[in-house]
Design a protein. Structure first.
Length: 222
C-alpha cells in the first residue's frame, strides 16, 4: 500500500506491543520492547525484543507473535547541500537545512533545521586521525548517512567505523566517527543523505516460528 521505494527510518520500540503464545495455548501476555537494538544496519534494520520470565511449554511446537509496531517511513531520498570543513581544525560548527526532512504534520514546518559539528582527535590504537561529526536537531529527521568528498568532488579518503543516534530532552543527535590518514590535510565537503515524506505507520506483525525457523500454516486440503 506504500510507495515502492519507501524505507523505514525509525521505530518507536517503546510503544510496540506484541501478544505472545505457543502451540499449547500458553500465553505470555503482551511483549514490550524494554531493551532493543534497532537500525544499526540501515540496509537491514533489526528489532530485538526480550521475553522475560516466560518460556514456551515443554511440548510446544511453535511460538507466535501478533501485534503492531509503530515506525516512521520515508518516501524518497534526498541530498543536502555540501558544507565545507577544514581537516584538523578543532570544534567546527555550521548550520544545516534539510528540505522536507521532518514528519508531514498539519500546520508544521516540513524543513529540518539543525547544526553539523566536526572535531578531530588522535586515535590511540592506529595513530591515525579520527574525525568525529555530530548532527543535532530539535526535531526527528530521516537521516541515512553522510557523503564525504574532496573540493574537486572525488570521494574523501575516510573509513567510517562508528555510527549512533540518540535523543534527550527534546534534542535528537546523530554521530559518526571516521579514521583518516595521520597526515591528511585540506578540506572535506560534507552532505547529508536523508529521507523525505516521513509519516507514521503501524507495522503489522504476525510471525510463527519453531526451533527450525518460520512455520508456514498448512493450506486446506494438504
Amino acid at each position: 500500500m506504500k510507495p515502492a521505494l519507501w524505507r523505514m527510518v525509525y521505530c518507536n520500540e517503546k510503544d510496540a506491543r506484541l501478544a505472545v503464545h505457543d502451540s499449547t495455548g500458553g500465553r505470555f501476555g503482551v511483549l514490550c520492547c524494554e531493551e532493543s537494538l534497532f537500525m544499526e544496519d540501515l540496509e537491514h534494520p533489526v528489532l530485538e525484543m526480550e521475553c522475560r520470565d516466560w518460556l514456551p511449554a515443554a511440548g510446544a511446537a511453535w511460538v507466535e507473535l501478533k501485534g503492531k509496531i509503530p515506525c516512521i517511513i520515508g518516501k524518497e531520498e534526498a541530498l543536502s547541500e555540501g558544507l565545507s570543513f577544514t581537516v584538523g581544525q578543532k570544534d567546527q560548527k555550521k548550520p544545516l537545512l534539510l528540505k522536507g526532512a521532518v514528519l508531514e504534520e498539519a500546520g508544521s514546518e516540513k524543513d529540518g533545521r539543525g547544526s553539523l559539528e566536526m572535531s578531530f582527535v588522535r586515535d590511540r590504537d592506529s595513530g591515525g586521525l579520527r574525525m568525529e561529526m555530530k548532527l543535532k536537531s530539535s526535531r526527528y529527521m530521516g537521516i541515512l548517512r553522510l557523503e564525504l568528498t574532496t573540493p574537486e568532488g572525488a570521494p574523501f579518503p575516510a573509513k567510517e567505523d562508528l555510527f549512533s543516534r540518540s535523543s534527550s530532552s527534546g534534542e535528537y543527535s546523530w554521530f559518526w566517527s571516521y579514521l583518516l590518514n595521520p597526515d591528511e590535510k585540506g578540506k572535506v565537503h560534507v552532505a547529508v543523505n536523508y529521507m523525505t515524506g516521513l509519516e507514521w505507520v503501524d507495522m503489522p506483525v504476525e510471525i510463527k516460528f519453531g526451533m527450525s525457523g518460520l512455520v508456514q500454516d498448512s493450506q486446506k486440503g494438504e
